[in-house]
Design a protein. Sequence first.
Length: 243
Amino acid sequence: MPIIKLDAIDSTNAYLKKLIASKTSEDFTVVVAKKQFQGRGQRGEQWISEEGKNLTFSVLKENNDLPADNPFLLNIIVSLALFNCLNNLHVPDLKVKWPNDILSGTSKICGILIENIVMGNTIKASIIGIGLNANQTIFHNVPKASSLKLLLGKTFDLDELLSELLKSLKSVFKDFQESGSEKLWEAYLEILFLKDRPATFKDTNGNRFMGFIRGVSTEGKLIIALEDNVKKEFAFKEITQLY
Ligand code: BTN
């Protein structure tokens, strides 16, 4: 597994995109940077991370061995890999907030941005971008953010942490190859934040509504039981979960 270590880059996801275009990339190539000038987050937001304090990296996954009829599976594999690794470090009260934010209690410690490289109708490769707050202790204007250091009271060696995370990622991919996706779906739903509990959401018009999370569709839509127990599916662009 090639690991490219950079001091600074716009975005490790963008770096891998260019590498794929140059056709010199290899499955499971990893790019890690001490600093990103334009770290990308979900919903077009920026991912801000203090230089040298956290893990900001991307992994290239060529999609030839992932089933096309199970597009959310990659999100599940990545979420479980991070969850398992952080659980081994004894991070308390871990949960995955749909689709794949990692929370400790109600604090976000890790964000994931998966970007697909599409050719025609098929996903040629996926770029798995991961930002894990490790040793940063001050977060300006991000009230729900936390880090491993804040939660566990010690400083982490970023190289070791990266190596543990990659090991965990490989291991969940192996589980899938050996046993299929069913168990992974079950494990994901077990750790889903606020599953079967009253939860609040906001739609694209800013309207708030309550519901119970009942599951996730194979496409990756959140299944919510609304009033009168009517179930409805929502895509990531359509709602924000408030917490
Ligand atoms: C989120 O908004 O929760 C997703 C954040 C993903 C951030 C990571 S940091 C490494 C990789 N490169 C990027 O530009 N973004 C992802």
